[in-house]
Ligand binder design. Structure first.
Ligand code: EPZ
Length: 478
């Protein structure tokens, strides 16, 4: 099999997107300001206590765009993905695709990516390893590479440290399709000696990633696949729309059942990625915590309904428009709530971190039961350092129990407010927790220095520019 001789600097070239170059111009201004206070490029000084006010735009969902790019591998012809956010998770996946011979070019519109999979080839393991970085998306390359090349090497996965993040559901499903998996020191090697055949798969938990794994593998497998206990998040439905555009036959049945009829060939797609619900909820939570008023362009009500209900119960208000949603703090006290994170259409686990900061300002005791991940409250240490009163119960409270039967505990956080937050030096621990640190610094009286910002740029496009647009008072070095 021809070894593709792409090197990872091809992948790095992709990082120089038009937005990156344009932002560089803006960064020069910040550079002068940042240099004055001796900041590094991975930290920001925020003078808190000012309400965020203004309009920002949210683009495509990190948790759809990255998977849609992998889906392009399945097509016989090029694909076009629009509304792609300029975030490092997207650039990492683009680099991995380039290492496998996918020709990637940027369209005329910002956020338009063209992916031509005509010359998919095996990549050097060392290059894949070097480039995969902190991404979890490589695990979704299994099915497409097995269909295209009959083999795949997947490096050990990165991703936020919010739990041990196993991939047993993925590997069990791949074996049911006929994949043979070998554990290597730095990852897994897969082959499909008899090809991939449709299978009946029931997931132990409605795992988003495992559902995507089954979708991306079954569409070209021989015969029918029945997937039970599937995830049905909006990003999953958007991926199914993409696959259907490519020629796949997929039906989403009631009760989390998805039927896929394998087809012999798929073509490229042209698709505009669904908006990022997590980013939208993060800016909404920031508006609430800072007593601000933020119009988040590009977002729709339907995919946000559970969040909107909680936002209103806490005391926020919102107006739905055709081109976005306006979130604001209408004055008066914020109210405590009890939330249980869950799979869609429940309250997303990714929404709780940004909201916790607003709950530190509510009049009373709020409780969050985290039932999806086992270590998703690490970010609260920094909030307590700033004066918050948050207690985390590692083994959860009485009920509900964790839904992922891997371990019989759930985590709970009890937040007592209102407490004034004071500025402090804090380090970003993970993506969503990191954004909650920014919100805390914006909410706190006084100055905060937030470091390790690179993690936030994995999933929040041009967040520094957006803070500037919303009137935040900060100094940042590019
Ligand atoms: C996706 O992660 C998202 N990431 C997460 O967003 C999101 O929080 C999560 O879905 C839930 O909605 C991406 O799409 C890149 P899961 P994923 O498989 O697919 C356990 C963010 O901040 N599990 O639904 O990894 C797992 O440990 C990120 O954008 C197994 O036990 O989530 C977890 O406890 C954070 N074995 C639970 O299931 C497996 O093989 C849910 O995981 C797979 C998962």
């Amino acid at each position: 099999m021809a070894e593709h001789d792409a090197t990872s600097d091809e992948a790095e070239k992709l990082a120089q997107s038009p937005e990156d170059l344009e932002a560089a111009g803006r960064k020069l201004d910040a550079q002068k300001a940042g240099a004055r206070v001796g900041l590094t490029s991975d930290e920001i000084i925020i003078n808190g206590g000012r309400p965020l006010k203004g309009r920002i735009e949210v683009r495509g969902a990190k948790n759809l765009a990255t998977k849609a790019m992998v889906a392009a591998l399945l097509g016989k012809s090029p694909s076009v993905l629009r509304n792609v956010p300029n975030i490092s998770d997207v650039r990492v996946v683009a680099g991995l695709l380039a290492l496998h011979g996918v020709l990637i070019t940027r369209g005329d519109d910002p956020g338009e990516w063209r992916l031509d999979p005509s010359n998919v080839e095996v990549a050097h393991q060392a290059d894949i390893d070097a480039h995969a970085g902190s991404s979890r998306i490589p695990i979704l390359f299994c099915g497409p590479l097995l269909h295209r090349l009959g083999e795949a090497f997947i490096p050990d996965l990165g991703g936020c440290r919010i739990g041990d993040r196993p991939i047993d559901f993925h590997l069990d499903a791949l074996r049911k399709f006929g994949a043979v998996i070998e554990k290597l020191p730095s990852g897994i090697s897969l082959t499909a000696p008899h090809g991939l055949k449709g299978a009946n798969i029931e997931l132990p938990y409605p795992s988003v990633g495992a559902t995507e794994q089954v979708l991306l593998t079954s569409v070209l497998a021989e015969g029918q696949t029945e997937l039970r206990n599937a995830a049905i998040e909006p990003e999953i439905i958007d991926l199914i729309c993409i696959l259907q555009k490519m020629g796949a036959i997929i039906s989403v049945e009631p009760n989390r059942v998805i039927f896929i009829e394998g087809v012999p060939e798929l073509r490229g797609y042209d698709h505009r990625a669904i908006f990022d619900r997590n980013e939208a909820a993060s800016w909404a939570a920031a508006a609430l915590a800072t007593k601000g008023d933020v119009f988040v362009g590009g977002v729709k009500q339907e995919e946000m309904m559970t969040f909107l209900n909680v936002f209103r119960k806490v005391g926020g208000d919102f107006d739905v428009h055709d081109d976005g949603i306006r979130f604001w703090h209408p004055g008066g006290d914020l109210k405590p709530v009890t939330i249980e994170t869950d799979v869609h259409p429940g309250f997303m686990t990714d929404w709780q971190q940004p909201l916790v900061v607003a709950l530190t300002q509510a009049q009373g005791v709020s409780t969050i039961h985290e039932t999806v991940y086992e270590n998703r409250f690490g970010f609260t240490d920094a909030l307590n350092k700033m004066g918050a009163d948050i207690t985390v119960y590692k083994d959860g409270l009485s009920d509900p129990r964790r839904r992922v039967k891997r371990r019989e505990f759930e985590q709970a956080a009890v937040i007592t407010g209102p407490v004034p937050l004071r500025g402090a030096d804090i380090e970003v621990p993970d993506l969503r927790g990191g954004f909650s640190h920014l919100i805390a610094a914006l909410t706190a009286e006084g100055q905060s220095k937030v470091t390790n910002l690179g993690i936030i740029s994995r999933g929040y496009e041009n967040f520094i520019e957006k803070l500037r647009l919303l009137g935040a008072d900060f100094v940042f070095e590019s």
